[in-house]
Design a binder for this molecule. Structure first.
Ligand code: AMP
Length: 216
């Protein structure tokens, strides 16, 4: 049975970090729509050029574009054997489209990572990512002299992790994405995990939740 996982939770909840660890541990595809968009911006593609201004404001790229990107990605061979989605779905329309894409596939496991808002603001305003590979540095403080543990690249602050953009992203989360918790809560494969713990503890809770909802 393929392990098909989505992670809900606000920006800064640790979705990216946990998805990366989980995908590596289980040998499944990690699909991060934020990473895909940042790569498109970096490469200067048409989607990247259009997405950049939206991302810099902390708003959401259109459902149509996002659903197209995810549909194409889920159809690739590696994702057929299982995946963990980070940052998608972010709206009820995206969630409904994902249900359509999942017809004839193993059921979705939905993990919601819960973190109080004060903690999110603190985390987002101090996090750094690698300029080269996009890896999240788990520093908890701004230290630009450190290098990426994956590729040795320079660590920088994400352009949307500063000041008012963080507050806008949290507002967008509350209005557009949080309703997904109610959309999914009724499913037997939905679990909430406390994300305000050390990353190892969160990883252990996520793994336990997956064991509980399916026989993985
Ligand atoms: P993230 O790295 O997941 O925080 O995503 C960074 C930014 O990319 C978001 O603030 C949005 O502008 C955009 N983005 C990523 N995923 C989605 C999505 N599923 N729907 C709409 N916009 C998205």
């Amino acid at each position: 049975m393929a392990l098909n996982v989505i992670m809900l939770g606000p920006p800064g909840a640790g979705k990216g970090t946990q998805a990366e660890r989980f995908a590596r541990a289980r040998g499944i595809a990690k699909i991060s729509t934020g990473d895909m968009l940042r790569a498109a911006v970096h490469d200067g593609t048409e989607i990247g050029l259009r997405a950049k201004t939206i991302m810099d404001r902390g708003e959401l790229v259109s459902d149509e574009v996002m659903i197209g990107i995810v549909r194409e990605r889920l159809n690739r061979n590696d994702a057929r054997a299982g995946f963990i989605l980070d940052g998608f779905p972010r709206t009820v329309a995206q969630a409904a489209a994902l249900d359509e894409l999942m017809k004839c596939r193993d059921p979705l496991i939905i993990l919601d990572i819960v973190v109080p808002e004060e903690e999110l603001v603190r985390r987002l305003s101090t996090r750094l990512i690698c300029k080269e590979c996009g890896h999240n540095a788990e520093l908890g403080h701004i230290d630009v002299t450190e290098r990426c543990v994956i590729c040795g690249g320079e660590l920088i602050q994400r352009s949307d992790d500063s000041g008012t953009v963080v507050l806008e992203r949290l507002r967008v989360y509350r209005t557009a994405t949080k309703p997904l918790v109610d959309f999914y809560r009724v499913r037997p494969t939905f679990r909430s995990v406390n994300g305000a713990q050390a990353p190892d503890r969160v990883a252990a809770d996520l793994a336990a939740a997956i064991v509980e909802v399916g026989s993985h």
